[in-house]
Design a protein around this ligand. Structure first.
Ligand code: MEV
Length: 329
């Protein structure tokens, strides 16, 4: 049986940004961790292309169409795509990047089962799909974290931490961007992430475009982006030395800067206030405007309860989990 006649299953984790969202689009350093929550996709031969029973549609499924055209070609034998998992959609936890990583891995396997893709190639393809869906403005933060797993650092320069993995470039409406992607392995500790979901869907593309608009109308505000970079660098140093109290401080400081940038919301602020007393640090995570906040805590049960009492839905994760993987084929 040829590879294209078999069912392929792949999964990839979501991500949580500890420092530097939005500023990373402009080259500032940022740190993200792969979370325990994952999406699993299966691709099975079918009479026509579909996603969870609906016809594949470029407007509704831009990442899937992009990756299908790239790996298999527009005329490829049709497949039924099924997606399942526990990453809430449009909530700042990288569900679209996780989908791109998992679909990309499955399609790359279908194309050439005997020559698996490298993480570098797969994260490049997933980033291109993400950028196409985000109006040309997307850092490789989400896609590299879903592909690599663990803890990932991005910057416009090679950092003296961890292990450098590869460079990524993108032509954005604001010009050429280049990011250096690194993996780090922070010392373990008994700390958890509690993710509090406001339940408000906030598309990343809209949030990123809003920041771009604010910077275009007042270029002075680039200072706020640079300040986020300074805090991210401090948070990164704390993380690699295992000083989780300082990591928490930097997260809370990062949040104040994001709030100043206009990407928080009343619902996020309520969950953040609720989590503060039992946490080392709290901030919004991802694009903001809704979606999720994250608390770094040694008391995940207490922190979750406080967030839920304030109306949020919670997920708990350890820091750093396995990246993309083929499940069975
Ligand atoms: C979204 O998870 C993170 C942002 O920084 C956008 C990006 O990096 O592409 C808001």
């Amino acid at each position: 049986m040829g590879a294209s006649e078999a069912t392929v299953v792949a999964s990839a984790p979501g991500k949580c940004i500890l420092f530097g969202e939005h500023a990373v689009v402009y080259g500032q350093p940022a740190v993200a961790v792969a979370i325990e929550q994952r999406l699993t996709v299966s691709l099975a031969p079918a009479p026509s292309w579909s996603v969870d029973g609906s016809a594949l549609n470029a407007a509704k499924h831009p990442h899937i169409v992009h990756l299908r055209n790239r790996f298999l070609g527009e005329d490829a034998s049709p497949m039924a795509v099924h997606i399942q998992g526990d990453i809430p959609r449009a909530s700042g936890l990288g569900s679209s990047a996780s989908l791109s990583a998992a679909i990309g891995a499955a399609m790359a396997h279908l194309r050439k089962a005997d020559a698996p893709m490298t993480n570098d190639e797969l994260s490049e393809a997933a980033h291109a799909a993400e950028a196409a869906a985000q109006l040309g403005r997307a850092s490789p933060m989400d896609t590299s974290t879903s592909v690599e797993g663990g803890v990932v650092v991005l910057s416009d320069q090679r950092e003296e931490v961890g292990e450098w993995a590869y460079s990524r470039t993108l032509t954005t409406p604001e010009g050429e961007r280049r990011w250096e992607v690194h993996r780090i392995d922070p010392p373990g500790d008994d700390v958890y992430l509690v993710l509090g979901n406001t339940g408000v869907h906030a598309p990343t593309s809209k949030q990123v475009a809003m920041v771009a608009q604010a910077l275009a109308s007042n270029p002075e505000r680039m200072r706020e982006i640079q300040a986020i970079g300074t805090v991210a660098r401090r948070g990164l140093a704390a993380l690699v030395s295992g000083d989780y109290e300082a990591v928490g401080h930097a997260m809370s400081e990062n949040h104040l800067l994001l709030r100043g940038l206009g990407v928080s919301s009343d619902a996020l602020e309520e969950l953040i206030q609720a989590a503060l007393p039992t946490s080392l640090g709290v901030k919004l995570t991802g694009g903001g405007g809704g979606g999720c906040m994250v608390a770094l805590t040694r008391h995940p049960k207490h922190t979750s309860e406080a967030i839920e009492l304030a109306g949020g839905r919670t997920l708990v994760s350890k820091l750093g989990n396995e990246g993309v993987r083929l499940e069975l084929h």
